[in-house]
Design a protein around this ligand. Structure first.
Ligand code: NAD
Length: 459
């Protein structure tokens, strides 16, 4: 029997480095972010090959959704570091005068980042960008379900980053379980809600705060007034990128009968334009990560009529870009997040019915509405609670550095990206400095009517 892994020595070493104040230095943070950016660019080929092996990702998709994303985030955070780490003055009210007040960001300490397999570079290293920018030491635990990328991260991170501060631990459940026993100062976890519960339970033992980046069924409502051709292209892109294994992919469509009739052929056109007549032959189309997910997603194909696609190849984990019509809301494909290239079309008679449908389920990670009608847009925004929204496109909010990314309710808690990531890994310490004089005696006993009257005026 092999002994259970124990990472307490690693944790203690990182704690010691943190205590040495090395990571407090803005120069250190800036150099680490520059090194991380360099790592993405110099190791592009190695990362691209690993993504191809693990997920069948095309080099262009690997570049735009993983390599360039992490490099761009590191560069953005580096540019903003000086501003973010400054004290942020706030107003001191009359009763606090003479005095000055501010928020002073401080790093949390030693943090754990548990990545997911579907964007295995981005979901591990973007967390590292935020943790470094905020001045923390970190352990990165890439997903074992993308073994090629996990190995590449484990190989390259020690070459480029300061090993006294940033460590990589590879492994699966036993390793993650052992990591979760330690008293981290923060945990960023990306993955499914079931493991999210395990993470949060383990964190509770140490009162460790958590950021949980989870998933859910992200709805996509298409109104009849939308530009359906462009909508079809953008929906097909959002759904079939990475073979549908994207946490913010549109999970299902909500449309009325007439819109469905017009939209489905346009979706077919978009799929053919992107992947040809036989997507299995296209090197632009990915594969399902493993047998378990292949079987799970294939199982959804019986939930409706395959108006588009429907073919599978177990030997290569291929599932064709598929659109299912005639899907009943109580069918299996509508009971859990699909996380694969199957797009069910569910009928809804209008916006209100669609909104009622969405509100009857868990709060999703993302929600999409296609319409030109600003009143409908406003109604949708007022009524649909979810992590992030994109109107008239899918997933593109991920390109906006100044928008946070994260779920709400069962789709997650907390967020990161840009300054929000910096804040996630910082304590924004509230500070007040009092002047010495005058030291008004109003608050001090003995209390008198006169003091009370003057005090009441000081609001
Ligand atoms: P998962 O939840 O199985 O695994 C994620 C991580 O948890 C891995 O690193 C794994 O080693 C670890 N893990 C797995 N089982 C564990 C256990 N029993 N104890 C401790 N650690 C364990 O990943 P998944 O469910 O296959 O991922 C898909 C889900 O992740 C989808 O729901 C998707 O929406 C979500 N997701 C969310 C985001 C986001 O940013 N919000 C991004 C990608 C994926």
């Amino acid at each position: 029997m092999t002994a259970a892994p124990d990472y307490s020595a690693t944790f203690a070493e990182l704690k010691a480095t943190f205590e040495s104040e090395r990571t407090m230095d803005i120069g250190w943070r800036s150099a680490q972010l520059a090194a991380l950016e360099r790592m993405m660019l110099e190791c592009e080929r190695e990362f691209t090959n690993a993504l191809k092996d693990d997920l069948g990702k095309h080099a262009q998709e690997a570049w735009s959704t993983e390599i360039a994303t992490v490099a761009g985030d590191a560069a953005y955070c580096r540019r903003k570091l000086k501003k973010w780490t400054k004290r942020r003055k706030v107003r001191t009210p009359m009763v606090g005068q003479p005095g000055k007040s501010w928020l002073q960001p401080e790093p949390l300490g030693v943090v754990l980042i548990i990545g997911a397999w579907n964007y295995p570079l981005q979901l591990t290293l973007d967390g590292a960008v935020a943790a470094i920018a905020a001045g923390n030491c970190a352990v990165l635990k890439p997903s074992e379900l993308a073994p090629g990328v996990s190995a590449a991260i484990a190989r390259r991170v020690p070459e480029y980053l300061d090993g006294d501060c940033i460590r990589v631990v590879e492994g699966a459940v036993p390793e993650t379980t052992a990591l979760l026993e330690l008293p981290w100062d923060h945990i960023l976890y990306t993955g499914g809600g079931n493991v999210g519960r395990i993470v949060m339970t383990a964190a509770a033992k140490h009162l460790t705060p958590v950021t949980l980046e989870l998933g859910g069924k992200s709805p996509c409502i298409v109104m009849p007034d939308a530009d359906l051709e462009t909508a079809a292209r953008r929906i097909a892109w959002g759904k079939f990128t990475n073979a549908g294994q994207t946490c913010i992919a549109p999970d299902y469509l909500l449309v009325d009968a007439d819109t469905e009739k017009r939209l489905v052929p346009l979706l077919q056109q978009a799929v053919t334009a992107m992947f040809g007549d036989d997507p299995e032959q296209s090197d632009s189309y990915g594969r399902i990560v493993n047998d378990r997910h292949f079987d799970r997603v294939s199982g959804f194909l019986d939930s409706g009529e395959a108006a588009i696609g429907g073919r599978t190849n177990p030997a290569t984990h291929y599932i064709a870009p598929t659109v299912l019509t005639g899907v009943r809301p109580d069918s299996p494909v509508m009971q859990e997040e699909i996380f694969g290239p199957v797009l069910p079309v569910v009928r809804a008679g209008g916006l209100e019915e669609a909104i009622r449908f969405v509100r009857a389920g868990d709060k999703p990670l993302a929600a999409y509405l296609f319409t030109n009608d600003r009143a409908k847009e406003a109604r949708f925004l007022d009524k649909v609670s979810c992590g992030n929204v994109c109107i008239n496109d899918t997933m593109m909010f991920m390109t906006v550095h100044e928008l946070p990314f994260g779920g709400v309710g069962p789709s997650g808690m907390g967020n990161y990206s840009g300054e929000y990531g910096f804040r996630t890994f910082s304590h924004m310490k509230p500070v007040m400095r009092r002047g010495w004089w005058p030291d008004l005696d109003l608050r001090y006993a003995p209390f008198t009517d006169k003091k009370f009257k003057r005090l009441r005026k000081l609001r």
